[in-house]
Design a protein around this ligand. Sequence first.
Ligand code: PLP
Length: 495
Amino acid sequence: MEWMYRSTRDAQNRVTASQAVLKGLADDGGLYVPEQIPALDIPAEELAKMTYQETAYAVMSRFLTDYTEEELKNCIRHAYDEKFDTPQIAPLRKVDDCFYLELFHGATIAFKDMALSILPYLMTTAARKNHEEKEIVILTATSGDTGKAALAGFADVPGTRIIVFYPKNGVSAVQEKQMVTQKGKNTCVIGIHGNFDDAQSGVKKLFSDEALRDELAAKGFCFSSANSINIGRLVPQIVYYVYAYGKLIADGTLKAGEEMNVVVPTGNFGNILAAFYAKNMGLPIGKLLCASNENKVLYDFFQTGVYDRNRDFVLTTSPSMDILISSNLERLIYRIAGNDSEKNAKLMAELAKNGSYTITEEMKEAMKDFAGGYATEAQTAQEIRTVYEKSGYVLDPHTAVASYVYHTWKAQNHPTAPAVIASTASPFKFARSVMSAIDSKYDGMEDFSLIDELCRISGVKVPKAVEEIRTAPVLHDKVIETNEMRQAVKDFLGM
Ligand SMILES: *Cc1c(COP(=O)(O)O)cnc(C)c1O
């Protein structure tokens, strides 16, 4: 059975899975969605026995139906290997009353590695299958973690180049150092004066710039996206929810068919959407808890049905969630609008024009599996301190937002199902915020001393990704205005 994908803004725009991976964003500005969600027709007892790689094949082969078994297994083998510092790839850690699904054991110690370590293989395979001879130019906006994970994935991959834009003053010291020290002749990293939404809007504009697309084609280039709008990122993210469920069956926490709740620290809505797709495949997930930081546009949306980005952008200690336009929400909107591209396109046009839209009561009813919550900066810091003092386990600020939201929700709703909290970054990536939350005596300490101190108090070895940047030279130092992004792309490509 071959699944087709179609744009959320134009039902006539239909492509195969590999074409959707290759294109990233649809030309009409929409996102590709599978026309149907495949069923996860595998008994729980079997899921319980599967390795991460086997689970990845079971899930991905059901979505990416035009890849052959050999192609897909080859992609999986190259992606989930020794780049990860544990053979479990995504270990599930029980700490106190919840399960933290650690998605930060890859090359750049954030959950973006889960999808970005496989995307380059999915994409170059897709190029081969579709006889695409042009060089693929990956254009990416990052709030900190995507950029480095995409750079690590695409560096020196033949037939590709990658350009990353990041908000100059909107990422952590370690995040910035990781990016600007990136090696690889095909890589380009540029800071912009503006926030993440400015970077993301700038990139979206370049994608829909037809004149630029023609100029690129004439020079033998085509754009693609490594942002979480690419279906090649979304599908690999479904895998770890299925894997986590298998683990809960294996250790006897759950019996086949019993539900787990899922809590996700959310920014662009990609990670939690993957959990929603997993639920729609038939994975027993009860509630989907969407956790926001002080940029709580999603919390407000789940409360009121009004999406309104007209508000101040707050820089927080969880920068990868500092987002007011959650791109992947469009895929949920499309679905709760009854897979109606016209209705969806209308709402997205309103968002572009007025910065807000309101959904109908019927649509609101269709998202009752979701609940929203948020944590302020003080609550996030408090959660890091509380969990550390109780158990010795150190959370990064993103995971702490989710953990706080869960504990608050739990106190009100008394769930019986266990909670799986998506643990999206290593605390080492955000050592300053984490250590200050634990004790104010760390406030004045220098970055790498903090990292050594974090290693001491947590008993966790300093990850290789952090060791590497201690001494690495800065290779990218360009900072530009958002209106210079188009020219910067042309400069890098020698046009
Ligand atoms: C990207 C990211 C998030 C947000 O994930 P979305 O899929 O954009 O919702 C949360 N935490 C960390 C550490 C991230 O890198």
